[in-house]
Design a protein around this ligand. Structure first.
Ligand code: PCA
Length: 331
């Protein structure tokens, strides 16, 4: 019920270059896809991607070999979608909000306080996927699967109970969405890539951030960071995709095998993400971070900011927003 008005608003109408041709034949007739990701090899998303690669190789009877290149080793996280589109690498994994400037509908999963559970996140993905597929097809790419990060919580070095507590804070951001949120909170946005969060925390470059428990654990943010508030703000997704040219170069049986294995990777990723949401929060706690609920005052203010954010988003995206949120709220 909480954000029904969004639906109302909608209803109102509101230098490594591997070219695609260089699908090196490592074995007679074997195609090779490099998959570029901006996240670490130890990240659960990347582990899932490596498993996908192994499954692809088996399911296609080695017609296709996958090589995952983690840690921004080929392209930076925010450049990966363009790199695949431009044919510089066969496939990629990135966070969907990295592309909102060109593909606004990709931002539907990062509107604060709309989705509050994995079940609702699934529903949102079902509704968002057709629009995303169209956008990717228009750019010569094919979506393989998408997996969410655990829910986004609020980390701080000092306790916060009102909006004014954010005034002199430096807030770590990871995309346009988080920049806008920092601005709305009156904090100073500081852009820090996921892989640099640990360093930024220990050197005092940031006092607060909104991200998942698993990202806090992976970057060992304990020490300077003292509080984690479980605000479940949104469930941002990573998306894995390939150039249509590379995909269509496969024999039909191999294409079908890749899509089947992609569905398995998606299912597996969602289950892992949900399990990690629990265990990572406990791990933050075990390392001395206080896991708390936010004050009711702050909760009310956050909801209001969320509504403002949603209004801005729906206005900028137009009918594609209604295609998602009218059924999300009414069906
Ligand atoms: N971790 C990534 C994106 C969302 C998340 O939970 C990050 O903090 O950059």
């Amino acid at each position: 019920m909480k954000t029904l008005w969004i639906a109302a608003l909608c209803a109102a109408g509101l230098s490594y270059v591997s070219t695609l041709h260089a699908q090196a034949n490592t074995q007679a007739g074997q195609a090779v896809w490099k998959i570029a990701t901006g996240y670490r090899a130890e990240s659960f998303h990347t582990e899932n991607l490596v498993q996908f690669g192994r499954d692809v190789e088996a399911a296609t009877k080695r017609q296709l070999h996958i090589e995952v290149v983690p840690n921004g080793g080929l392209f930076k996280l925010n450049d990966i979608r363009q790199a695949v589109q431009d044919g510089k690498v066969e496939a990629g994994e990135t966070i969907m909000t990295s592309m909102v400037k060109d593909i606004p509908v990709a931002g539907a999963d990062s509107i604060p306080f709309v989705v509050g559970s994995y079940k609702r996140a699934q529903r949102l993905w079902q509704l968002q996927r057709p629009g995303m597929e169209r956008e990717f097809a228009q750019r010569g790419m094919k979506i393989l699967y998408a997996v969410p990060w655990p829910p986004q919580g609020l980390y701080t070095t000092r306790p916060v109970s009102t909006l004014t507590d954010f005034k002199n804070m430096k807030m770590r951001t990871y995309n346009q969405t988080t920049v806008r949120i920092a601005e709305m909170l009156g904090a100073t946005p500081v852009d820090v890539a996921m892989v640099d969060v640990g360093k930024a925390v220990s050197s005092g470059r940031m006092d607060t951030m909104i991200t998942s428990a698993v990202t806090g654990v992976e970057n060992k943010v304990w020490g300077p960071i003292k509080y984690y508030y479980e605000i479940n703000a949104w469930y941002p997704k990573n998306i894995v995709f390939v150039s249509a040219k590379s995909f269509e170069a496969l024999a039909p049986d191999a294409q079908a095998a890749v899509m089947k294995v992609a569905t398995d990777a998606e299912n597996r990723g969602w289950i892992t993400s949900e399990a990690l949401a629990q265990t990572s929060t406990r791990e933050l706690q075990a390392n001395g971070i206080k896991v708390e609920r936010i004050s009711t005052d702050l909760e009310t203010d956050f909801k209001r900011l969320g509504e403002r954010f949603s209004r801005e988003w729906v206005r900028s995206v137009g009918h594609q927003a209604s295609d998602i949120f009218v059924p999300y709220y009414f069906n």
